[in-house]
Design a protein around this ligand. Structure first.
Ligand code: ADP
Length: 568
C-alpha cells in the first residue's frame, strides 16, 4: 500500500483540522489512517448495490494517497466520524415570515456545525417599511435579518475547524436592492457573508438599452417603482471596486441550465458561488489534481488523457457513493439530495499543470487547453454517470429532468475554490493562476511561507537560484522585473497580477463552457484599476456566458487571505 507523500504545510493543516483527536486533543490518526478511513467508509456504499467493497476501497485510497483526487473537506473530516455529514454546499430557502426566517437560521447553524457552507436568497422577504399585518407595524427588511444570520454564524464557529460561510443573494428587482448592494461597504459588516446580486435578463436588456426597469414587492407581486438600470449597475461596480463586494450572478442563465426545473427554481448558490442549488439541496464536491495528470519533463510535459479518464471514472463513482453515505441535519435535505443526486467533480492544480506543459496562463493556447481538458472531463464524467445509472438506476427525479439519456446524477461537474484541499494536495488552487512565487498563506491562526516547488526546481536546474534571488522572490508578487530571471521563464511563470482581467475571465469562460454547475474564480485587478475596468469585466463575463463574476482589486480589503510581504 502506498504511503502518502505530503508536504510540511499539508501535514500541518491536516493535523490542525482533519485528523481525528481524542477528547484531550491528542492526534489518534495519521494522514494515511485518514485516507483509509475515508476510502473504506465511502466504498461501503457499494454494498447497497451488491457491488464488491474491498477493491473499490483500495482504488479510492490510492487516488487520494497519491493526491490525484480529493473530496471536499467535510468528506475528509466527517466520514466515519461522529457527524457523517459529507457535503460542502447547501442552499436553504428563506420564507417571508418570522417562522420561515428563524427556521432558516436554525437550519444553517446545524449545517455550519457539520462543516457545510450555506447559501440563501433574501429576495422573498418583504422590503423594509412594508406592512406587517399581525402586528400592524412595519417590516424591518431583508438586510436587517441578514445581520441575525451573520451573528448566528459568528456564534457557532464550528468548533474551531471551519468558521462558517454564507452566501446572500438578492434579485436586482427587489425594492431594497440599493441597501443590499451597499450592505458590505463598511468592511466590518456581514463578515460571514459573501453577497451577490442576482441579475436578470430583463435587467440586462434595460441596461443595454439605457432604460429603467421595474422593482417588485415579493409579498404582493406588485410593481413598487422604477430604477435606472445603469445607475444600479454602476453602484454594483463602485462597491465591488471599493472592496470586492457584491459579486453578481446571472440568475436567468443559471436557470436556463437548471436540470430539474419541474422540481424547483434556482435562487441562490453556495458561499463561493460555484454551486447553484435548489432550496434544501446540497452537493458534495471533489477535485482532480491536474498537476498529477501529466507526463514528461517540466516545461515539455503532456497531458496523460488515459490516466485522466481513469481518474474521472473513479472520482464519479466516489462522489456518487458519498451521497449514499451522507447524513444530513434535515429530512428535507436528504429528500432533495437523494432525488437529484448532484455531484460536483472539478479540478485543482490547473496553473501548476500549465507550468509543466510550458504554457503561460495568459495565452490562447492555455485557454484552448482549458477547454479541451474540461470538455474531456465533462464527457467522461457523464459517461461514468450514465454507466452508474445502468447499474444503480438513474437519479429518482430523472423523469422530471431535461435529460433524454439516463444519468445517475443531475449534475456532474463544478469548479470549486479548493482553498484547503489544494494545500493538502500541495498544488495551485482550483483554476487560479499562481499568486506569487513565494508567499505567505494565512490559515486560521497560522502563517505559512511557501516557495513555489516547480519554479524552485527549474531555477535550481538553470543554476540561477541563490539567497539573493529568494529574497527578491519573497518580496514581490511578480518576477517580471527581476533581471537575473531569463525571459523564457518570465513568460511562463506569470502571477495573477501579470495577468489582465480579460485573461482571467477567458479562463473562467473556457471552463464554464464544459461545467454543469458553475466556476469559482476571482478576477484579479491591480490596485490602480479604474471603475470602468471593472465595468468592462462584468460586461465581458456576461458576453462570454459566465454564470457570475467575483472581482478583487489588490489591496482593497484589509484582511486579504493571500498576501505577499509587499505587493508591488
Ligand atoms: P475545501 O478546499 O475545504 O474542500 P473549498 O475552498 O473548495 O473547500 O470550498 C468549497 C465550498 O465549501 C465553498 O463554496 C463552501 O460552500 C464550503 N466552505 C468552504 N469553506 C467553508 C467554511 N469555512 N465554512 C463553511 N463552508 C465552507
Amino acid at each position: 500500500m502506498i504511503e502518502p507523500d505530503l508536504s510540511e504545510n499539508s501535514i500541518r493543516i491536516l493535523e490542525a483540522r482533519y485528523l481525528k483527536k481524542d477528547p484531550d486533543g491528542n492526534l489518534i490518526e495519521t494522514p494515511k489512517d485518514m485516507f483509509l478511513r475515508v476510502a473504506n467508509n465511502i466504498a461501503e456504499a457499494n454494498a447497497i448495490y451488491d457491488e464488491p467493497v474491498d477493491k473499490t476501497a483500495e482504488e479510492f485510497y490510492e487516488m487520494m494517497a497519491k493526491l490525484e483526487f480529493l473530496p471536499n473537506s467535510p468528506t475528509l473530516m466527517n466520514a466515519d466520524n461522529d457527524l457523517q455529514q459529507l457535503s460542502a454546499c447547501f442552499v436553504l430557502p428563506v420564507e417571508d415570515s418570522m417562522d420561515g426566517i428563524f427556521d432558516a437560521i436554525k437550519n444553517s447553524a446545524l449545517i455550519h456545525k457539520s462543516g457545510g457552507g450555506t447559501g440563501f436568497s433574501f429576495s422573498r422577504i418583504r422590503p423594509k417599511n412594508d406592512i406587517v399585518k399581525t402586528t400592524g407595524g412595519v417590516a424591518s427588511g431583508p438586510i436587517s435579518f441578514m445581520r441575525i444570520f451573520d451573528e448566528a454564524t459568528n456564534t457557532v464557529k464550528q468548533g474551531g475547524k471551519r468558521r462558517g460561510a454564507n452566501m446572500g443573494v438578492m434579485r436586482v428587482d427587489h425594492p431594497d436592492i440599493r441597501d443590499f448592494i451597499t450592505s458590505k461597504e463598511d468592511e466590518d459588516q456581514l463578515n460571514n457573508f459573501n453577497i451577490s446580486v442576482a441579475i436578470t435578463e430583463d435587467f440586462m436588456e434595460a441596461y443595454q438599452n439605457n432604460e429603467k426597469y421595474e422593482l417588485i414587492n415579493p409579498r404582493t407581486g406588485k410593481i413598487t417603482g422604477l430604477e435606472d438600470a445603469s445607475e444600479i449597475f454602476n453602484l454594483i461596480v463602485e462597491m465591488a471596486h471599493k472592496n470586492g463586494e457584491p459579486g453578481i450572478i446571472f440568475l436567468d442563465k443559471i436557470n436556463e441550465e437548471n436540470p430539474t426545473p419541474e422540481i424547483g427554481e434556482i435562487e441562490s448558490t453556495n458561499p463561493c458561488g460555484e454551486q447553484p442549488l435548489l432550496p434544501f439541496e446540497a452537493c458534495n464536491l471533489g477535485s482532480i489534481n491536474l498537476s498529477k495528470m501529466t507526463e514528461g519533463p517540466i516545461g515539455e510535459a503532456e497531458i496523460n488523457y488515459d490516466k485522466l479518464a481513469e481518474t474521472v471514472k473513479k472520482a464519479v463513482h466516489f462522489l456518487d457513493n458519498v451521497i449514499d453515505m451522507s447524513e444530513f441535519p434535515l429530512d428535507k435535505i436528504t429528500e432533495m439530495v437523494q432525488g437529484n443526486r448532484k455531484i460536483g467533480l472539478g479540478v485543482m492544480g490547473y496553473s501548476d499543470m500549465l507550468l509543466k506543459l510550458g504554457l503561460a496562463y495568459n495565452s490562447q493556447e492555455a485557454v484552448e487547453t482549458a477547454e479541451n481538458i474540461m470538455g474531456f472531463i465533462n464527457k467522461k464524467a457523464r459517461e461514468a454517470s450514465h454507466k452508474l445509472a445502468k447499474r444503480r438506476g438513474p437519479f429518482p427525479n430523472f423523469e422530471k429532468s431535461i435529460y433524454e439519456k439516463e444519468y445517475r446524477n443531475a449534475t456532474t461537474t463544478t469548479i470549486a475554490p479548493t482553498g484547503s484541499i489544494s494545500i493538502i494536495a500541495g498544488t495551485s488552487s482550483g483554476i487560479e493562476p499562481l499568486f506569487a512565487l513565494a508567499y505567505e498563506r494565512h490559515v486560521i491562526d497560522e502563517t505559512l511561507v511557501e516557495l513555489h516547488p516547480i519554479f524552485a526546481q527549474i531555477a535550481e536546474e538553470r543554476g540561477i537560484m541563490n539567497d539573493e534571488l529568494k529574497e527578491k522572490l519573497a518580496s514581490q508578487s511578480s518576477i517580471q522585473k527581476i533581471d537575473e530571471i531569463p525571459d523564457d521563464l518570465k513568460e511562463i511563470f506569470v502571477t495573477s497580477h501579470d495577468i489582465t482581467p480579460e485573461w482571467h475571465i477567458k479562463t473562467q469562460a473556457a471552463f464554464q463552457k464544459y461545467v454543469d454547475n458553475a466556476v469559482s474564480k476571482t478576477i484579479n485587478f491591480k490596485n490602480n484599476a479604474s471603475k470602468n475596468d471593472v465595468k468592462e469585466a462584468y460586461e465581458l463575463a456576461y458576453k462570454l456566458d459566465c454564470k457570475g463574476i467575483t472581482i478583487y482589486r489588490d489591496g482593497s480589503r484589509s484582511g486579504q487571505v493571500l498576501t505577499t510581504k509587499s505587493s508591488d
